[in-house]
Design a protein around this ligand. Structure first.
Ligand code: ADP
Length: 225
């Protein structure tokens, strides 16, 4: 669950990145957040991960009141969120299995759990045959699938996908969104941030437009025939 109430962010150079933004994404929803470069999308993501704090307003994410999280405790919030980047951010010296297992190893998950969970999520994203491959041996679409498996492996309540199709061709872009939709159908809340209006229109669904730091549209759109 994501809730912002009257949130504003001004950077030190006096840029008003977000102005009085209110929105709510309920558990189990899939929402596209759409806006041009400079609209405030990254600022919104940075707020949700508590990398920055707002000047004013209230933010709740997955039951955490972000005002109340003490310094040094933001990792508790971040563990409830899976994050997918535009440029995949895989570790080039690790194969697919280790790229995904790394997340669980870094939080000291039990070995038995890792051995079950990692192959399971790699299977979910359709990469069972590639577990031993290194990122350099994978296509862009496959690398983004690994990134998705990595975001999923800790069973997050919310996945934030930040321009996940930005480096992909149309076919792979569609496949990644279909995978995200499938993950959403299993109960995970998804917020997909993108500047690709056409792609969003192709799928339809809840669409939140941000322009110059303000929400200008928040409604359901039908998919293009
Ligand atoms: P988007 O992700 O939609 O491209 P951003 O959230 O990155 O938009 O930026 C919103 C506005 O805030 C832009 O005008 C941008 O130049 C400005 N901005 C972003 N980050 C910073 C920063 N660290 N310092 C100053 N201004 C920033």
């Amino acid at each position: 669950m994501v809730e912002l109430r009257n949130v504003s962010v001004t950077y030190s150079n006096n840029t008003h990145a977000l102005n009085d933004v209110s929105l709510r994404i309920n558990d189990g929803e899939f929402a596209f957040v759409v806006g041009k470069s400079g609209a405030g999308k990254s600022t919104l993501i940075r707020l949700l991960l508590k990398e920055i704090s707002p000047d004013s307003g209230k933010i709740m994410v997955n039951g955490f009141n972000l005002d109340k999280i003490k310094k040094g405790k933001a990792h508790k919030l971040r563990r409830t969120i899976g994050y997918v980047f535009q440029d995949f951010k895989l570790i080039n010296t690790m194969n697919v299995y280790d790229n995904v297992a790394f997340v669980l190893r870094s939080i000291d998950a039990p070995l038995k759990y890792i051995r079950n969970r990692v192959p399971y999520v790699i299977g979910l994203v359709g990469l069972k045959d590639k577990v031993k491959c290194y990122p350099s041996e994978l296509s862009g679409g496959e690398q983004q699938r690994v990134a998705l498996a990595r975001a999923l492996v800790n069973d997050p309540q919310l996945i934030i996908a930040d321009e996940p199709t930005g480096n992909l061709d149309p076919k792979n872009s569609i496949e990644i969104i279909e995978l995200l939709k499938g993950i959403n159908e299993c109960g995970t809340t998804i917020m997909m941030v993108t500047h690709e209006h056409d792609l969003v229109r192709q799928f339809g669904g809840r669409t939140i437009n941000i322009e110059k730091g303000r929400i200008t549209f928040d409604d359901y759109i039908g998919y293009a025939q």
